[in-house]
Design a protein around this ligand. Structure first.
Ligand code: IPE
Ligand code: IPE
Ligand code: MG
Length: 240
């Protein structure tokens, strides 16, 4: 296969990319299919994109798969999504370990079914020593909910106000084991955060490719990384 290679200075490849997996429903609708068909293809696409992350040696991938607001969708769509999550967490464990992928769950446990939580916990536990790629999955995740949980945790620890630093908050978030994302990608052309990584993406670069998530491929990822590498991240300073 004559595949395009990633032609970027290794120092300019992001360490952590977060992706808002958006556009599954529209992708299915364009094909005259039910929305769940798009969610299934979206899950398949995540496997393909994970392969590209391994190939490019990117250490952290965080995906937004189900938000705290997505409970407001029709019951049949939620039921179908639950089934997809159950299958995904139940069936890929062997492959994850073979490929040295660590799984982290981001999101509130309350609200998720006990059987799904058991599968998530098992995946997290069995992959905890894998270090080639950390794949964090936002499922029942919302940034405001995450910050609320962090505040509860800090308050119940008995911390004194003057002892609370930015790091205290960072450490109390679901993402406490992750570095901040360098690049956040939202597919499907929508340009909003939808309650994703508000605290963590304070200095991330953002990209909004038009492609719908099921059709976002390795080439699009290369485009996104090349675009990222061309930017000047100043962090408030002036250009070097
Ligand atoms: C993203 O695709 C997946 C979830 C939010 C679960 P959507 O389902 O939002 O697809 P569109 O935006 O309706 O096309
Ligand atoms: C954001 O997508 C959540 C996920 C991708 C999981 P949505 O499609 O739910 O967001 P809105 O409703 O368009 O903002
Ligand atoms: Mg959407």
């Amino acid at each position: 296969m004559n595949e395009r290679t990633l032609n970027v200075d290794p120092a300019k490849i992001p360490n952590h990319i977060a992706i808002i997996l958006d556009g599954n429903g529209r992708w299915a609708k364009k094909r005259g299919m039910p929305r769940l068909f798009g969610h299934r293809e979206g899950a398949e696409n995540l496997k393909r994109i994970v392969r590209a992350f391994l190939e490019f040696n990117i250490k952290y991938l965080t995906v937004y798969a189900f938000s705290t607001e997505n409970w407001n969708r029709p019951q049949d769509e939620i039921a179908g999504l639950k089934q997809i999550f159950n299958e995904a967490f139940g069936s890929n464990l062997k492959r994850l370990s073979e490929e040295q992928i660590r799984i982290i769950h981001l999101g509130q446990r309350e609200g998720l079914d006990a059987d799904l939580l058991t599968k998530i916990d098992r995946a997290v536990e069995e992959t905890k020593n894998n270090s080639r790629l950390t794949l964090s999955i936002g499922l029942n995740y919302g940034s405001r909910n995450e910050i609320m949980h962090a505040v509860r945790k800090i308050v119940s620890s008995g911390a004194k106000p003057e002892d609370i630093s930015e790091q205290t908050i960072t450490n109390a978030l679901f993402t406490h084991e992750l570095p901040d994302p360098d690049l956040v990608i939202r597919t499907s052309g929508e340009q909003r955060l939808s309650n994703f990584l508000l605290w963590q993406s304070a200095y991330a670069e953002w990209e909004f490719p038009k492609k719908l998530w099921p059709e976002f491929n390795r080439e699009d990822l290369i485009d996104a990384i090349e675009e990222y590498a061309s930017r000047d991240r100043r962090f408030g300073r002036i250009s070097s």
